[in-house]
Write a protein that binds this ligand. Structure first.
Ligand code: ADP
Ligand code: 5GP
Length: 212
């Protein structure tokens, strides 16, 4: 049976450690393809165009939207973020599990369009630790830290829409937990409908042949 890739959305509050977790997951396992989003936000120090994001102008972003080149897009703290369609379709076709690290509005749009999507939410061990990580990263202004913490409060109201939470306390065990959940998700009946249908047909034919 050819293994089909599944679409996985990973969301979580800013500073919870999504980027760090994704890096670890990609380094540890080779069946994942991480989608690179397009954004109008400015690159942070150390970020490279085409690696963490495709950094574009608002005009270029809206052009991509009008060409239907994005699976979903949303605004977050004053900037646009969106998922380029072509890469996702190609990798799923190739049997990879494709990960979208996106915020909650985008996550819900993806789930609506592709109901098979597995939705994971990364939690920090505590709110205090979240703030510590966000500050400790040293990438945001005080104004941005406040906006992102405010946004976290809003996003917290939507966690029940997700299939699983993972708690990023210890990075290694959280990576393992996430990988285990994804492995298990491959074996739900709805993701194996074709296989189940084939077995049913074979059972039916077998019974007919033996005159039952
Ligand atoms: P996000 O992508 O969710 O905004 P990052 O991956 O940038 O978060 O992580 C925010 C900060 O927290 C970074 O400085 C990162 O090194 C740190 N961090 C991530 N995971 C852990 C962890 N398990 N324990 C301690 N610090 C962590
Ligand atoms: P950051 O600026 O910290 O890199 O990302 C801010 C938020 O935007 C994060 O919650 C991140 O998951 C989300 N994000 C990144 N790419 C996309 C995308 O393509 N679509 C949507 N909807 N959100 C995204």
């Amino acid at each position: 049976m050819k293994r089909k890739g599944i679409l996985i959305v990973v969301s979580g509050f800013s500073g919870a450690g999504k980027g760090t977790l994704m890096k670890k997951l990609m380094e540890t396992y080779d069946n994942y393809a991480l989608s690179i989003s397009m954004t109008t936000r400015q690159p942070r120090q150390g970020e490279t165009d085409g690696k963490e994001y495709f950094f574009v102008t608002e005009e270029a972003f809206l052009q991509k939207v009008s060409q239907e080149g994005l699976i979903e897009y949303a605004q977050y703290c004053g900037n646009y973020y969106g998922t380029p369609r072509a890469y996702v379709e190609k990798q799923l076709e190739a049997g990879k599990d494709v990960i979208l690290e996106i915020e909650i509005q985008g996550a819900l749009k993806v789930k609506e369009r592709f109901p098979d999507t597995l939705l994971l939410f990364v939690m920090p061990p505590s709110a205090a630790e979240l703030e510590k990580r966000l500050r400790g990263r040293g990438t945001e202004t005080e104004e941005n830290i406040s906006k992102r913490l405010q946004r976290a409060k809003e996003e917290a109201e939507g966690i029940e829409n997700y299939d699983f939470i993972v708690i990023n306390d210890n990075l290694e065990s959280c990576t393992e937990q996430m990988h285990s959940i994804i492995c298990a998700a491959h074996y739900t009946p709805d993701r194996n409908a074709e296989f189940i249908c084939d077995i049913r047909k074979e059972l039916e034919e077998g019974m007919k042949r033996s005159g039952m």
